[in-house]
Design a protein around this ligand. Sequence first.
Ligand code: NAD
Ligand code: DAU
Length: 378
Amino acid sequence: MKRNIMVTGGAGFIGSHLVRLLVNKYPDYRIINVDKLTYAGNLANLKDIEDRPNYIFFKGDICDYDSMYNLMVEYVIDGIIHLAAESHVDRSIKDPFTFARTNVMGTLSLLQAARVYWESLPEKYEGKRFYHISTDEVYGALELSHPEGVEPPFKTVASSGEHHLAYGTDFFYETTKYNPHSPYSASKASSDHFVRAYHDTYGMPTIVTNCSNNYGPYQFPEKLIPLFINNIRQRKPLPVYGKGENVRDWLYVVDHACAIDMIFHNGKIAETYNIGGFNEWKNIDIIKVLIKTVDRLLGNPEGYSLDLITYVTDRAGHDLRYAIDSTKLQKELGWEPSLQFEEGIEKTVRWYLDNQEWIDNIISGDYEKYYKDMYENR
Ligand code: NAD
Ligand code: DAU
């Protein structure tokens, strides 16, 4: 095999898209997917590639140092793409310890296992790479600001010099100071610091990327887009936090997977790259697009599901606006998102409606109880 790549969290949402892309694109690579299969991990996400000769699944916990080390030795791992994490902000508010354990200690355990293994080899770190997948949430929150007399979203200039529709004049840059607010983002920020420390202290070839909100197939239905598509289908209330005015910057998940592939192969060691689509939306506007699309595809009259919108207590510490400036990635590596949002949302809604069994299998388990605690009793 030309390369032996460990992907952690490959049974989750983004991880499964990445594993599929790598397995299909690189038949001469061996892809070792390490996943604990928490509530968010689902092997059904990878049914189409599970029998491929260049794919191996290992059920394991990244916090288990010995097992991670042994796995790296057994499969002669030369690249690690680390996605395994607890990823849902609302859960982190209820149970921060699990986030510290997986996101901080788990990342540290992986880093240390890779360090001990790679430093034991004659060539040491040569040809090796530890790539950590992080989030824009580590940067904190941006303002909703706009020039006087101009209605948002308005055209503003990114560092590329190009104009983009935005809800504020500022963006998150690779140089933006970390300022996390939720236990989730604090745990991700901490893990990012550990990764960079392993480069600065031990010389490990690391890369960190910080991406904006992803959407697309196989996302666990606790996150805004799949949750709301499913609730519209089931005529359940749509719990909008606060006034629905928070802004997120949405990227189609396959575009994120393509960026990861590109950066893993061509990114510069010790660099940080921001990944985002310059695609900002207020939650309430996205919710209206979802309602319109689901109603149309289900044959309901326009506006039929608008009555499901239910304003609920806001998320504690709810970040107002995220907006990534991905100019560096576009200029240095030539990455561009492939899909326009309208096209991506249409594809996504169709996928969830066509794959109701996937979602029903999740909902029939523990998730139903969690949903009641989290949303219906809010
Ligand atoms: P997800 O919750 O869908 O998947 C996480 C996966 O990690 C699951 O398969 C789970 O079983 C696995 N996992 C959890 N704890 C583990 C452990 N201790 N050991 C091994 N495996 C474990 O998450 P996602 O949305 O696909 O996010 C993947 C990564 O990308 C995360 O690191 C997240 O912080 C980051 N990220 C996500 C987004 C987004 O919009 N979803 C955006 C930017 C960055
Ligand atoms: O920005 C990247 C991050 O995006 C990732 O790091 C996280 O892993 C991922 O979960 C996502 O975080 P968000 O908190 O932005 O995503 P979520 O889908 O939970 O919420 C999106 C917005 O919608 C947010 O402003 C909260 C709001 N919301 C969410 C839910 C689940 C609601 O109004 N109602 C809801 O029921």
